[in-house]
Every structure is written in structure tokens, then in C-alpha cells.
Design a protein around this ligand. Structure first.
Ligand code: ADP
Length: 447
């Protein structure tokens, strides 16, 4: 960056220098030419007056002069020239300044020498007796000037080059230094002493990005911690039934169990534990699918009421064994959703309502079609949830009463699945519960 700034400044300085040089040379040259012309004109007037007064005797008194003076008759013959013998000079009738002087009383012209290094300026004036007086002066052309001043100009150019190099180097350093000394780890700390107020929005954006990164990092750490905890919990939950199964299997294998009744009892325990394990594995698979945020789960127009009827039907035998009655209220309620995921919400909430109800309890599933939203409520009259646990029941493997949960075949993952499944549908969950009186779980889906 510094190199680029340096190059730009240096190029800009060089361009300004070159342009100024050309302009100043042009202006000076024009100025001097005009000065010389003015001088030539007034000198011509003076000589013309003197010649008109003294006649050709005037030339006898003429001393050293910078001007060439020529006196010409009306037919172009040279009467006098102060530099060349007039008798050898050709007729001057065709010269532009002479022609104009004869015609208009006064004429001017200029001609370059063959080398273009010199230019001759001419002024001619007609005298009262009809003759013409011509004065001329040699002027160095701009090329001649340049040629003469080549050496000093080269010196000036080198000095200018070196100065511009030095200036460009210093300027680029001064421009870049405040940027190099910025504390990018704490962007807003530079706010009060930065030389460039223009970069304040950039510093604010950088600060926002820092904060965003820190948040993302914290989130990632939290997620990784949750994953680790989940893996540890899941392994533990799977190990317990495995231990029980292998214990009973060992007993059966050893031949120590002699009665048919005991054998049946142990085989039943092995089956129950295997079912628990298989339910747990099923829940873990469901959760990991939902963890992806619903990617690859196509949504379709679904009737929430129909799904509620299906889920309740599937739980009928569980409800009967628990001596709980389950009813579904409401009518067709359409929403765009993933049918299987919606099913798992209703299934898990109803299963909990049955499992945490007392014998003879009633569970009511209500589906409401409201303006812009669909609402599902699962209410029971069961044991209720202590208010201090309400915030935690959606955590993985969190149970209010672990032994009760195990007794009813819970995995501790049901409400986590509900939370994720609702999240995929941008739905909100509300829980109202009173210890000993029952719980209401309400899920509100935007349509
Ligand atoms: P579990 O498989 O143990 O039921 P969940 O994640 O489904 O796991 O629920 C977490 C805990 O929340 C349960 O262990 C239970 O203590 C409590 N809970 C959930 N639903 C109800 C309910 N309807 N009534 C009382 N307690 C409930």
C-alpha cells in the first residue's frame, strides 16, 4: 500500500512539475518576444523621426546598435544597410513587411533562420518622402533557449526530482503510519486519536465484527459443550439397560435360575430393558435429525387435527394401561409443515401427559384454527411440574423425577424433541403447570 501511495504522489508531483515547467517557459518566451517587439517598434519610430529630420546624414552619427537598420526606396532598392554593403543586396520589394509599409504606412513580419534556432523580427515604416525604413532584430527561438539552458535545466530537473522523491517518500510514510499503528484488536480504542475521521465507520464495523465473532465463538463453545454432555449422557443412559440385560442373561446362562416362573420374570426384564434401549436410540436418531434445523425435510399442507387423531390412536394402548382417557377436540386445521415432525410433537406431549397422569386421569388434545396461526394444546390433570423446573424440562435428559421417568419408560429426550420440532416450524411453546393439578403445553404455529 505504501509503495502505491508513494508512486501516486511522486507521479502527481512530477506531472505538476513538468506542466509548470512547460507553462512557465512558454509564458516567459511570449513575454520576452513581446518586449523585443515593443522595443523594435519604438526604436523604428525614433529612427524614422531622426531620418525624416536629418536625412541620410543621420546614418553618419549612428553608433553601435543591436538593431539592423535598412533604408529602402519605394521600388525596393536598398539605399542603406548598417550591416551589409547595400550595393550587393537584392531588391526588397517582395518582403512582406516592406510591401505592407508601402501600402499601409507600416508593416511587421518575422522569419526563421534555416536552423530554426533563430528568428528575425522586422518592422518597417514608410517615411514622408515615400522611402521605407526597416529595423530588425534577431531573436533566439524557444529551441535555442532550451539548448542554452539545457545544463542548468538538467540541474534544476534533478533537484526537482530528488525533492519530489523525498516529499513523496515522507508523505506516503505520514499517510500510512496512522493506519499501521491502529490497534485492530480493539478498534474503538483508536476512535479518539486517529488522524483519519473517515475511517471511523470502518472501525465501528470492525468492532461489530469482533463482537459477532466473539458471540459466534461462545455459541460454538456452548454447542460443543452441549454435544459433549449429550454424548456422555447418552452413553450412560445406554449403558444402564445393557448392564441389566447382561446381568439377567448371565444368571439365566449360569443355570442358577431353576423355576419357570423366575426364568419368565428375567426374560421379561431383558425384553423391557431392550425396549427402553430401542426407544432411547430412536429418540437420539430423531433428535440428531432435528438438529440439522429441518434441512431435507419437505413441508407440505398438513391437517394438524388429523395428525393429532393419528398420534392419540397410536397411544391408545399406553393410555389404557395407565387407565387414562384421551380425547381430541377441534376441527381441520391446515398449515405448511413436516407431517412426521408435527406427529412427533403431538406424540411426545401426549405420551408425557398420559405417563404423568394419575389413574383415571383425563388428557385433552385441542387443535384450534386461529387467524394466521394454528394452536395445539395438550392438557392433563396429572402430577404437575414444580415451577423451578419449568425452565429446564426442555433440556436433553433433564427429568424432574428420574425414577418416575424411568418407571414410565421415559428417555428424558421427549421435550427436547418437541422443542427442536417446534423450532423448525417457528412455533412457540408455552407451559402452564400446577403441582398436583396438571399441566398444559401449548404450541402456536404461524401459518
Ligand atoms: P421423559 O422421557 O422423562 O418424559 P421429557 O423430556 O419428555 O422426558 O420430559 C422431561 C421431564 O419433564 C420429565 O421427566 C418430567 O419430569 C417432566 N414432564 C414432562 N411432561 C410432563 C407432564 N405432562 N406432567 C408432568 N411432568 C412432565
Amino acid at each position: 500500500m505504501r509503495g502505491k501511495i508513494f508512486k501516486s504522489i511522486w507521479l502527481a508531483l512530477l506531472s505538476v512539475l513538468t506542466l509548470s515547467f512547460i507553462l512557465i517557459t512558454g509564458l516567459l518566451y511570449t513575454h520576452f518576444t513581446n518586449e523585443q517587439l515593443d522595443q523594435l517598434r519604438s526604436e523604428t519610430k525614433l529612427v524614422a523621426q531622426s531620418l525624416a529630420m536629418d536625412g541620410k546624414h543621420y546614418f553618419d552619427t549612428l553608433g553601435e546598435t543591436d538593431f539592423r537598420i535598412t533604408w529602402i526606396t519605394a521600388d525596393g532598392t536598398i539605399l542603406y544597410d548598417n550591416e551589409v554593403d547595400s550595393s550587393v543586396m537584392e531588391n526588397h520589394m517582395e518582403r512582406e513587411e516592406i510591401r505592407n509599409a508601402l501600402r499601409n504606412g507600416y508593416g511587421e513580419s518575422s522569419r526563421y533562420s534555416s536552423t530554426l534556432l533563430e528568428r528575425q523580427l522586422y518592422t518597417a515604416q514608410r517615411l514622408p518622402d515615400g522611402t521605407v525604413l526597416r529595423l530588425s532584430i534577431t531573436q533566439a527561438t524557444i529551441w535555442n533557449l532550451l539548448l542554452h539552458f539545457l545544463l542548468p535545466m538538467a540541474g534544476i530537473l534533478i533537484a526537482a526530482l530528488l525533492t519530489s522523491l523525498f516529499l513523496a517518500f515522507n508523505l506516503s510514510q505520514r499517510i500510512v503510519e496512522p493506519l499501521n499503528t491502529l490497534d485492530l484488536d480493539h478498534p474503538l480504542k483508536n476512535r479518539d486519536h486517529t488522524a483519519y475521521t473517515e475511517i471511523l465507520p470502518l472501525l465501528h464495523r470492525l468492532d461489530d465484527q469482533h463482537k459477532q465473532l466473539a458471540n459466534d465463538r461462545e455459541e460454538l463453545l456452548k454447542t460443543s459443550q452441549i454435544r459433549q454432555e449429550f454424548t456422555a449422557n447418552a452413553s450412560h443412559e445406554l449403558k444402564t439397560p445393557l448392564h441389566v440385560i447382561s446381568g439377567y442373561a448371565e444368571l439365566l446362562e449360569s443355570g442358577m435360575v431353576t423355576t419357570e416362573e423366575a426364568r419368565r420374570l428375567f426374560a421379561g426384564k431383558i425384553r423391557a430393558e431392550s425396549q427402553r434401549m430401542s426407544k432411547l436410540v430412536g429418540d437420539i436418531i430423531d433428535l440428531s435429525r432435528l438438529d440439522s434445523g429441518g434441512v431435507g425435510m419437505p413441508r407440505e399442507l398438513t391437517d394438524l387435527h388429523r395428525i393429532a387423531l393419528n398420534a392419540v390412536e397410536a397411544l391408545q394402548s399406553e393410555a389404557e394401561s395407565a387407565a387414562v382417557t384421551v380425547a381430541v377436540e377441534g376441527g381441520p386445521t391446515l398449515l405448511y409443515g413436516v407431517p412426521l415432525v408435527l406427529y412427533s410433537i403431538i406424540y411426545n406431549l401426549c405420551s408425557n401427559a398420559i405417563n404423568y397422569s394419575n389413574k383415571g386421569g383425563k388428557v385433552l388434545v385441542t387443535v384450534r384454527d386461529l387467524p394466521g396461526k394454528a394452536q395445539l394444546t395438550v392438557s392433563d390433570q396429572g402430577i404437575g411440574i414444580p415451577s423451578e423446573d419449568l425452565d429446564r424440562i426442555f433440556e436433553r435428559f433433564y427429568r424432574v423425577d428420574k425414577s418416575h421417568s424411568k418407571e414410565v419408560g421415559g428417555t428424558g429426550l421427549g421435550l427436547s424433541i418437541v422443542k427442536h420440532a417446534a423450532g423448525i416450524h417457528n412455533a412457540e411453546i408455552q407451559v402452564r403447570s400446577e403441582l398436583g393439578k396438571g399441566s398444559d403445553f401449548t404450541v402456536t404455529f404461524p401459518k
